[in-house]
Design a protein around this ligand. Structure first.
Ligand code: ACO
Ligand code: ZN
Length: 295
């Protein structure tokens, strides 16, 4: 019995004005894997085998200038759209297929209904009254779950990486979580890049909370500070707060009581915040989020 194996030749995606090298295989239908280049519509994420088909599609694309769903956040040149996996099944399936090109781990592709997708866009383009919203990255989140997971998959397109957008999306996922009065953590396992980004974020987020306490209530308030307080302020579970504190050299182990104690090093915290601010990455403005949790 002979079996025909289709080996994907796909190496790159044509997306908007870019050609982006792909990192991993994604289960696009085999007839789309015979070329080196896949042509993906940057707004609805449908895929085509030629730039001709993509151009023809653009004239009747259902998402002319932006993703489907609701725009729940806008700050000048950045927007976040909330897309419901139940209401926009095809978009979300295409998003998962597309994201898999940059994700090593197994992700879902077809069973998108239980998830919400949060798509970050850069706004710009010809007409400033109705600017194009260009896909930058996204994260997905399970709608109802018995676990603490507040993010299941995250991806920033390689052409937008190392500009602070991953941190913005992570911060956004915790902002949603705090609005739900919950503590959250990302679904495991994390990829290498996921772990690097999260470790950096946990450190930063703990540093920000401590800094804001000091400036609002003064240094004395730190004497009564607990991991529990930091969890509630950040929306992060205890374990992740601890990872943040460790990196700020704020945890000391007491071998007698066999417990960890907090010993804050305000200089390390200042240093961490100063370095981050110097990068001038975009920061979330919580008051711009227009969103209520689904109950
Ligand atoms: N090397 C070293 N440090 C890194 C790297 C890297 N490649 N990427 C992020 N970091 C750390 C750095 O401290 C960085 O700050 P700096 O750039 O100022 O040094 C910090 O994280 C923040 O980086 P961002 O610019 O905010 O993150 P980015 O937009 O690049 O997105 C992400 C990070 C989403 C993980 C991206 O690398 C990506 O999409 N990777 C492919 C998909 C993936 O692996 N996703 C995570 C899977 S796990 C999960 O989904 C639960
Ligand atoms: Zn389209």
């Amino acid at each position: 019995e002979t079996q025909t194996l289709t080996v994907s030749k796909l190496r790159c995606v044509h997306f908007g004005n870019y050609e982006i090298d792909t990192w991993f295989k994604s289960p696009y239908p085999p007839e789309y894997s015979n070329n080196y280049v896949l042509h993906v519509c940057e707004f609805c994420l449908r895929y085509f085998d030629s730039s001709f088909s993509l151009r023809r599609h653009r004239m009747k694309c259902p998402c002319f200038h932006h993703p489907p769903g609701t725009e729940i956040y806008r700050d000048g040149h950045l927007s976040v759209f909330e897309v419901d996996g139940r209401k926009n099944v095809v978009y979300c399936q295409n998003l998962c297929l597309f994201a898999k090109l940059f994700l090593n781990s197994k992700t879902l592709y077809y069973d998108v209904e239980p998830f919400m997708f949060y798509v970050l866009c850069e706004n710009g383009g010809e007409n400033s009254d109705s600017p194009s919203h260009h896909f930058v990255g996204y994260f997905s989140k399970e709608k109802l779950n018995g676990t603490n997971y507040n993010l299941s998959c995250i991806m920033t397109l390689p052409i937008y990486q190392r500009k602070g957008y991953g941190s913005f999306l992570i911060d956004f996922s915790y902002l949603l979580c705090r609005r739900e009065f919950k503590l959250g953590t990302p679904e495991k396992p994390l990829s290498d890049l996921g772990l690097l980004s999260y470790r950096n974020y946990w450190k930063l987020s703990v540093a920000r909370s401590i800094d804001s306490l000091v400036s609002k209530v003064g240094k004395d308030s730190l004497k009564r500070l607990s991991i529990d307080n930091l969890s509630n302020m950040t929306g992060m579970i205890h374990n992740d707060v601890i990872v943040g504190l460790e990196q700020l050299k704020a945890l000391v182990y007491d071998p007698i009581s066999e417990k960890y104690g907090l010993r804050l090093n305000l200089e390390a915290i200042d240093e961490c915040l100063k370095n981050w601010k110097a990068k001038k990455y975009v920061e979330i403005k919580p008051e711009l989020l227009i969103w209520k949790p689904v109950i």
